[in-house]
Design a protein around this ligand. Structure first.
Ligand SMILES: C[S@@+](CC[C@H](N)C(=O)[O-])C[C@H]1O[C@@H](n2cnc3c(N)ncnc32)[C@H](O)[C@@H]1O
Length: 293
């Protein structure tokens, strides 16, 4: 289909024709607003007020190409190569998960714990760091801390490193398979806070997932083996014995289906003063917070 003119209104008509069968009207308009913000720097108000204005050919092309990419099911963050997280911008690509709102809640829980629990973490480790969104957002908000991120994926770590530059922070990254028998000296034994949002989706849950996630986001970041759905949590809790200092904190993002299993494993380890499941904004048992004895 051709676009009738270079007017924003005609580009929107084009979006409706190309994408109307994939998104409902409200979603489609919200996407169009994001596209105008990204390529034209328009606020939502600008987009409405400038609806009848002409754009230059290069902007028309970018907006046109974006519609074509959206039609393939590619998430908009991968098209832009950028995602918002905790008021920061992060580079993302198909080696990194697109940071989720729940993970922003996890970061917020940690940051607020400085006041609610008097936590003053000086050394923080994020396990399964992906784009580096968790450690970078923590470093921005807890600037005196020394923050490290671990991931098995070299490609994800490259993105995470570029995100430290993008956000002007220093975070160290280590390439490590957390499930392997690694040299324990690679991680400091004096961590005051360990955080992780590990892979936690079961293959059996895949059929309930959006095709855009399944086809475009890295399966290494999403899925865990059905035979041991809490394997990452168990491994990280075991690591706390040696690497988390006394009174140190552990924070997890959880699959709500296994929240109680993770809590039980943590309690059975007998290394924690307390373990607490925290619900997310939609009321799901999404986070675990624990303090070491
Ligand atoms: C759910 S994603 C979380 C990414 C990021 N922290 C976020 O919240 O957006 C899980 C991450 O764990 C990493 N991962 C998977 N298996 C791993 C392993 N055995 N050791 C270390 N990292 C692993 C994946 O590459 C992925 O980046």
């Amino acid at each position: 289909m051709k676009i009738a003119s270079n007017k924003l209104s005609d580009l929107y008509e084009f979006y409706k024709t190309e994408l109307g069968s994939i998104y409902d009207t409200n979603e489609l308009y919200a996407i169009f607003e994001l596209v105008c913000e990204h390529y034209l720097g328009y606020s939502k108000t600008d987009t409405r007020l400038k609806f009848q204005e002409n754009l230059n050919q290069s902007d028309v092309l970018k907006i046109y190409d974006t519609a074509k990419a959206l039609k393939t099911g590619m998430p908009i963050q991968y098209i832009f190569g950028e995602a918002d997280f905790y008021n920061l911008k992060f580079k993302v690509n198909n080696s990194t998960l697109i940071p989720r709102p729940e993970t922003e809640e996890l970061v917020d829980l940690i940051i607020k714990s400085q006041t609610t629990d008097n936590i003053a973490p000086t050394t923080i480790l994020d396990i399964g760091t992906g784009s580096g969104c968790i450690p970078i957002a923590l470093k921005k908000n807890i600037p005196n801390s020394k923050v490290t991120g671990i991931d098995i994926s070299k490609e994800a770590l490259e993105v995470a490193k570029s995100n430290t530059v993008k956000n002007n922070v220093v975070v160290e990254f280590i390439k490590l398979d957390i499930l392997s028998a690694f040299d324990s000296s690679l991680i400091t034994h004096h961590l005051s806070l360990i955080v992780s949002n590990p892979p936690y989706v079961l293959n059996s849950e895949a059929k309930l997932m959006d095709a855009r996630v399944l086809e475009h986001e890295p399966h290494l970041a999403l899925f865990v083996k059905e035979t041991d759905p809490i394997i990452f949590y168990k491994r990280i809790i075991d690591l706390c014995t040696k690497h988390l200092e006394e009174k140190g904190y552990l924070f997890f993002e959880l699959n709500p289906m296994y929240a109680n299993d993770v809590k039980k494993y943590a309690n059975d380890s007998k290394i924690f003063n307390f373990t607490e499941i925290v619900k997310d904004m939609s009321g799901k048992e999404r986070f675990l917070k624990a303090q070491k004895k």
